[in-house]
Design a protein around this ligand. Sequence first.
Ligand code: 5GP
Length: 179
Amino acid sequence: MDEIRLNGRSFRKYIDEHEIEKAVERLADTINRDLAGEDEVVFIGILNGSFLFAADLIRRINLNARISFLKLASYEGTSSSGAIRDLIGWNEVVQDKCVVVVEDIVDTGNTLELVVGGLQVRKARKIKVATLLFKPGAYKKSTIPDYVGFEIPNDFVVGYGLDYDGFGRNIPAIYTIVN
Ligand code: 5GP
């Protein structure tokens, strides 16, 4: 289907399943090559959005790998600064480890900064970032993700793990909003 509707909004097909598969394959090949010298690599997916990308990427990884997930929790704080965002699920020991963060999309970079900060505090030795989608136009930080599937414009996308109001994560292709 070239156009879909979710919760009253229209989205048109932007990246099809085949293009996604090719990009995931390319990223996995690069990661396998880059990190071939590591004894152990810890992959950390950021939930909810990364669950499909993480599953597809990790299947193609031939390194000695551990896989774990962190979840971004948003709640209203007591301060005037509004919503506080926190990461929960730090179960995996990352100290002195080589870590690959697996993100669905990097937009402003705030989430990534939180994840990378958490890994630095926990003394990860090497931190790499793989993201399926990257919006350079929205990005406000200085460190560019190491492995990027697609650079996309600053438009809202859904599908392949990404949601609109909770819907659309199950759609196998990526769709962009029709304004
Ligand atoms: P950042 O912290 O980089 O601004 O945004 C990261 C998070 O915002 C992503 O993990 C994702 O949940 C959400 N996000 C950013 N852009 C989009 C988008 O175009 N579509 C959807 N569905 N989520 C997005």
